[in-house]
Design a protein around this ligand. Structure first.
Ligand code: IPM
Ligand code: MG
Length: 362
């Protein structure tokens, strides 16, 4: 099979971690008889440096020609990078928001898994994490506060900023369906997170989610207020299977969920639309402080490539092979610095990519 993959290396550690994921993909292609046809796409700071804007129309068109896009990370240090001297709509993050919208990537899947081998890195007490946890955050990605009307104006001589949070029932229905579909393949529980005690958008969210739930009698649905959810994630993370939530809540809760695993450098993510197309990226950021040092953990990006093979190309065996290779590297005691612990062998970004590629088996 010819895999047409868009590659967004991006900023910070992005180029380093994507290079390792490509190494692993190339090994998969060689082992299973596929070809990878890569198209490099510029996004974020890397695009600003060349084109003056974080995303061009040409890049959007080129991305649409691909079957899937694998991305590193975008953005720089807001204090020191010249990108942040630009007006907000020209900064790196604006490019990411625009590509999500242009490609209609409304479903953002963010798994948070406690790896057995890495339990030591989890900041929660053992009594809380015993037995591990494995949740999937389904974050709505193209609506809500991120894409609502916004402005800053003077009202009676006082500077006043407005952001609006809008959801229509169709936007809620399509993401809720995705969450229930995923739950059917997992432990059949959906926790829908909202702020229905305050927000109208949340009350509509709840109503539509309940309607969708009727089509999935096997799935248990519970509603949880977002403040309580933030607390429950550290109090009892085991209770969660699929967390379904709107854009802004999902942004915040997914950082929290990944932190409690203790290994954000391990977590992949996928942003999907109605078709097989998806954009796959590690959950962590561009980490400008360690960029270029060869120490970043490429595993989240490598696992994002596995998610891509599974969701966009239906190549389950190949995806399994990557996940097994990652397990093997951890079992054998190899660690990048972020997940290092006593008695293990510390290696760098390229060393990790080489080892995982070498462990790929048919
Ligand atoms: C994320 C990031 C982005 C978001 C930023 C970079 C705009 O935090 O993917 O979670 O808020 O969606
Ligand atoms: Mg975020």
């Amino acid at each position: 099979m010819n895999l047409k993959i868009g590659i967004i290396k991006g900023d910070g550690i992005g180029p380093e971690i994507v290079t390792e994921a490509q190494k692993v993909l190339n090994k998969i292609a060689e082992t299973y008889g596929h070809t990878c046809e890569y198209t490099e796409l510029l996004l974020g700071g890397a695009s600003i440096d060349v084109h003056g804007v974080p995303l061009t129309d040409e890049t959007v068109a080129a991305a649409k020609q691909c079957d899937a896009v694998l991305m590193g990370s975008i953005g720089g240090d807001a204090k020191t990078s010249p990108w942040y001297q630009l007006e907000p709509s020209k900064r790196p993050e604006a490019g990411l928001l625009r590509i999500r919208k242009e490609l209609n990537l409304f479903a953002n899947l963010r798994p948070a898994v406690l790896y057995d081998e890495l339990k030591g890195a989890c900041p929660l007490k053992e009594s809380i994490t015993e037995g591990g946890f494995d949740m999937m955050i389904m974050r709505e990605l193209t609506g809500g506060l991120y894409f609502g009307e916004r402005k800053t104006v003077e009202v009676d001589g006082v500077l006043t900023a407005f952001d609006s949070l809008t959801y229509n029932e169709e936007e809620i229905r399509r993401i809720a369906k995705r969450a229930f579909d995923i739950a059917m393949k997992r432990r059949k529980k959906v926790t829908s997170v909202d702020k229905a005690n305050v927000l109208d958008s949340s009350r509509l969210w709840r109503k539509v989610v309940e309607e969708v739930a009727e089509e999935y009698p096997e799935v248990t649905l519970e509603h949880m207020l977002v403040d309580n959810c933030a607390m429950q994630l550290v109090k009892d993370p085991k209770q969660f299977d699929v967390i379904l939530t709107e854009n802004m809540f999902g942004d915040i809760l997914s950082d929290e969920a990944s932190m409690v695993t203790g290994s954000i450098g391990m977590l992949a993510s996928a942003s999907l639309n109605e078709t097989k197309f998806g954009l796959y990226e590690p959950s962590g950021g561009s980490a400008p402080d360690i960029a270029g040092k060869g120490i970043a953990n490429p595993i989240a990006t490598i696992l994002s490539a596995a998610m891509m093979l599974r969701f966009s190309f239906d190549l389950d065996q190949e995806a399994d092979a990557i996940e097994k290779a990652v397990e093997k590297v951890l079992k054998e005691g190899y660690r990048t610095i972020d997940i290092m612990s006593e008695g293990k062998t510390q290696i760098g970004t390229a060393g990790m990519g080489d080892l995982i590629a070498s462990f790929i088996r048919r």
